[in-house]
Design a binder for this molecule. Structure first.
Ligand code: C2E
Ligand code: CA
Ligand code: CA
Length: 590
């Protein structure tokens, strides 16, 4: 008997302990806990729930939280509340749910709810709700989602124009080509014609406005399935996913050009975004994005070449030209790699004493298969395009220096040599080092070496040290001669004479060749010679084809003459023979 009593006491103690544990847990958790009947009426709740809702327990017992826990704009009607009944078989209630709830002071918060259903000892059904305030977590998540979306947008869209950038464009076109293997993808490469001018004359904010205007003008004229992206400074691309053929694409391009030709107002100024367009349509089965890009780019190049402001379509004839130029480009790259160029040398003569003073080095390219001789006018633009002009000029420079050394060995040590230096050569990191090294190695007189530079608008670069002007000064200081080539047809002619430390100029053939027939050219050439003489810099007249022109120039005060009248450019191996046959007796020729 005592034993049974002891065991009842133990069980009672255990039950009480259990109850105490329950009470401690339920009343001290930060989660709100509710016991409801299946109509949602609160039978019991813990203090945490009251804290979360900021309510008194006595005020809510017997009420359905739907009456007070929802924000005003989501408040269910009384009829809906009356009709509410929990369905314990509803599987949706098993998962955690997120609600926007309202505290009694009107503050909103995010509440995460879980519901479980239990049947009490008397057979009555209960809903047990756990309500957790997750506002901080949700707000953090929303913030992070927002941030991710913003970063993603910034990574794929140009900030300035709001249209996608190069990376997004490449993804888009690759997907478009994959999804449309039937050849209905067309590409327009749009490039502004006057962007630099707008930046220069109206400032960068105006340039930005033009870019934004261009992006929006194009975007507003495309179908939803198409895309416009900005892929470079003033370069845009349009991908048309439903382009039936090149004709359709051409019509889209024409429409865009028409729209862009309309001026728009910015800051009380009228601006215009003139553009050129290259268009290429993909072929059925060809899903190579790179290929399509190259074609549109080539078409754009042709559009620029044929006068700008127009659209050029990549069709069969353009394809043939492109294929030809691509082949030439790779053959020329090979020629540069192996140094297999040919050079001719054109003499310059001083008419006062009828003496040859030196030669200009001029590049030629003999095609390895056909033997055809290509002139610089044919191959220089291609070499420039493939970024190898500096390399070619380096070969030309070394050839010139070798020629100077070999002429000296043949007894013509007093003859000068000149070579043409493109901006690419002047900017080549090895240029001055290699020049000086080669000159020292062959013990050449620096004063006999002339670098012919073309007028470019880079002379006045504000970054003084990297500008060509600074390089020219360095060359002069190192003892070399620097001549301004093609004088009279470049950018800022006369101002360069004052700012650049030049040894001399070469007056362009286009002016010289018509001094006898064109009064204006005559006057320009006469003034240019006068100016050079006043400034004590040398002047060479180029492209002199007859004696009358030569004597006229001499009368104007220019006695250094280059041109067919003296000689055409001479192949390397023939120079000594040519010099030997020159009437002027050279001391070194026996
Ligand atoms: P440039 O430096 O003005 O060279 C003179 C050009 O005029 C040469 O053409 C020459 O053959 C041509 N010429 C000379 N006298 C006469 C004449 O009396 N009548 C006519 N009709 N033409 C004459 P070329 O050799 O075709 O060179 C053309 C241009 O290519 C050169 O013009 C030069 O700017 C450039 N060039 C040539 N070789 C090189 C090179 O190695 N590097 C670079 N960067 N440019 C080069
Ligand atoms: Ca030249
Ligand atoms: Ca020239």
């Amino acid at each position: 008997m005592r034993q049974r009593l002891a065991s009842v006491q133990d069980r009672t103690t255990a039950i009480l302990k259990d109850l105490e544990h329950y009470r401690l847990s339920v009343e001290n958790t930060s989660d709100g806990i509710l016991l409801q009947d299946l109509k949602g009426r609160i039978i019991w709740c813990n203090d945490a729930y009251c804290d979360i809702m900021r309510v008194e327990k006595s005020d809510i017992i017997g009420r359905n939280p739907m009456e007070f826990a929802f924000p005003d704009d989501e408040q269910p009607s009384q009829a809906e509340i009356d009709a509410f009944t929990y369905d314990p078989t509803d599987s949706r209630l098993k998962s955690l749910q997120l609600f926007r709830n309202k505290r009694s002071d009107g503050n909103l918060f995010w509440s995460q709810l879980s519901v479980a259903f239990r049947t009490g000892a008397g057979g009555e059904d209960y809903a047990v709700l756990v309500c957790r305030d997750v506002t901080q977590q949700v707000e953090r998540e929303i913030y992070l989602e927002d941030l991710t979306a913003r970063l993603e947008h910034e990574a794929t869209h140009g900030n300035l124009t709001g249209v996608p950038n190069r990376g997004a464009f490449l993804n888009f076109i690759k997907a478009a080509l994959r999804n449309n293997p039937d050849g209905t993808v067309g590409l327009l490469h749009v490039d502004l014609d006057n962007f630099k001018m707008i930046n220069d004359t109206h400032g960068h904010s105006a340039g930005d406005a033009v870019l934004r205007h261009t992006a929006q003008t194009i975007k507003s004229r495309l179908r939803k399935s198409d895309m416009v992206a900005r892929i470079g400074g003033d370069e845009f691309v349009v991908v048309c996913c439903d382009s039936a053929d090149l004709e359709y694409l051409g019509a889209v391009g024409q429409r865009l050009l028409g729209a862009l030709a309309n001026p728009f107002t910015w800051s009380d100024r009228s601006l215009i975004a003139e553009a050129s367009i290259g268009a290429a349509q993909c072929e059925a089965g060809n899903t190579d994005a790179e290929d399509l890009l190259i074609k549109a780019d080539f078409a754009l190049y042709e559009a620029k070449r044929s006068g700008r402001g127009c659209i050029e379509l990549y069709d069969a004839s353009l394809h043939d030209r492109h294929a030809h130029e691509t082949r030439l480009a790779s053959e020329l790259a090979e020629a540069i790699d192996t140094g297999t160029f040919d050079f001719s040398f054109q003499p310059v003569k001083n008419l006062w004493n009828d003496k040859v003073i030196g030669f200009e080095t001029l590049a030629r390219w003999i095609h390895p298969d056909t033997g055809r001789v290509y002139s610089p006018a044919e191959f220089l633009p291609i070499i420039e395009d493939i970024g190898l002009l500096g390399e070619l000029d380096m070969i030309s420079m070394m050839t010139a220096l070798e020629k100077k050394a070999s002429l000296a060995r043949s007894g013509f040590g007093d003859l000068r040599i000149s070579f043409n230096a493109s901006p690419e050569l002047l900017a080549h990191p090895d240029f001055i080092n290699r020049l000086i090294w080669a000159v020292e190695a062959s013990n050449l007189d620096r004063n006999h070496i002339t670098i012919e530079v073309l007028e470019t608008n880079n002379f006045g670069d504000t970054a003084e040290t990297s500008s060509q002007g600074a390089i020219i000064r360095d060359l002069k200081q190192a003892g070399f001669q620097v001549f301004l080539d093609d004088f009279g047809v470049g950018y800022a002619g006369l101002s360069h004479l004052a700012t650049l430390d030049l040894s001399g100029v070469k007056i362009d053939r286009s002016l010289v060749s018509c001094i006898l027939t064109d009064d204006v050219s005559f006057k320009i050439v006469r003034k240019a010679i006068e100016l050079c003489n006043d400034l004590s810099i040398a002047v060479i007249a180029e492209g002199v084809e007859d004696e009358t022109t030569a004597r006229t120039l001499q009368d104007m005060g220019c006695s250094l003459i280059q041109g067919y009248w003296i000689s055409r450019p001479i192949p390397s191996g023939d120079i000594v023979t040519w010099l030997t046959h020159e009437q002027v007796p050279h001391a070194a020729i026996s």
